[in-house]
Design a protein around this ligand. Structure first.
Ligand code: SF4
Ligand code: ZN
Length: 283
């Protein structure tokens, strides 16, 4: 089997993910995928003297989970000699994720899960920290499994147009939005796990306490069952999204972004999703 490192190099070349002098921020959560990506990109980057690599992490504030993950992320960065920057929900938004979940449960809010809040707030936090450290690209460790799950989730949420926004390399749509790249987008999670075990890379193995509540979990199980019966189905879903994306881009064009009236961050609406969610909590 071709090595994960070679596959990553091929994916980076195929989608033209980086320039030779890029300043790359790798989003590192401390889980196996992100830590493996950090190790692989650190190795590749050594061949590009004009490029630089650093790691960014978000502390959502999840007791008994995120502290350990951040410690592991920090240890890996130290081992590789990579700068590590952390930003927290508490400092950015005034609440930890645990506090947000407590408030949601107390108010009887059942429409959105903790992951729905976490995903939107973390996306914004990652963009802010990547911008703060002057990164030109933000690399995330989304695997083929994550990508296929996201396609189905967007369908299940009825948000088909979102498929056009999720791509291996995001377009330059707003000066405040750091371009995101996904070097693992064609690599199955099984292989990133194998890389981490084979290289004895230290990662956090326990799952987030909120994960079982997420619809993504059901979709993950479904796709794994399908892949067992029909090998290659995750890749088919990933490629199908690419075709939908191309067709939609041809007819609808790209989305125009403006700045959120509350926080000034890029958004397609007058208020960004993160500010809208935080307003709900404060109400
Ligand atoms: Fe956030 Fe959900 Fe992931 Fe936990 S499982 S870190 S709540 S998105
Ligand atoms: Zn906002």
């Amino acid at each position: 089997m071709e090595s994960v490192e070679n596959k990553v190099r091929a994916t980076i070349a195929k989608y033209k993910m980086f320039d030779f002098d890029d300043r790359i921020a790798v989003a590192v959560s401390g889980g196996k995928d992100s830590v493996s990506l950090l190790h692989i990109l650190a190795k590749i980057e050594r061949n590009y003297p004009k490029a630089s690599l650093l790691a960014v992490s978000v502390d959502e504030g999840i007791a008994g989970y995120r502290d350990e993950a951040l410690k592991i992320a920090g240890e890996n960065c130290k081992k590789l000699g990579v700068e590590h920057h952390v930003i927290s929900f508490k400092e950015l938004y005034g609440f930890t994720l645990d506090e947000i979940v407590y408030k949601l449960r107390r108010s009887g809010e059942s429409e959105l899960t903790p992951c729905a809040y976490c995903g939107v707030l973390r996306r914004k936090a990652l963009n802010l920290i990547a911008r703060k450290v002057d990164a030109g690209k933000l690399a995330t460790a989304h695997t083929l499994d994550d990508e296929a799950q996201t396609v189905l989730l967007n369908m299940l949420h009825g948000d088909v147009l979102r498929i056009t926004r999720e791509k291996p390399v995001t377009d330059e749509t707003h000066p405040k939005l750091i371009r995101r790249v996904k070097p693992f987008c064609e690599i199955p999670e099984k292989e990133t796990a194998l890389f981490a075990y084979a290289r004895k890379v230290k990662f956090q193995a326990i799952p987030c306490p909120y994960a079982p509540e997420a619809l993504r979990n059901d979709v993950r199980l479904f796709l794994n069952r399908m892949e067992e019966k029909h090998a290659g189905i995750k890749y088919t879903v990933f490629k199908a999204a690419e075709k939908i994306r191309l067709a939609v881009e041809k007819t609808a064009g790209s989305e125009i972004l403006r700045e959120c009236s509350q926080c000034g961050e890029p958004t397609a609406q007058s208020i960004c999703k993160a500010c809208e969610m935080l307003q709900r909590i404060k109400a």
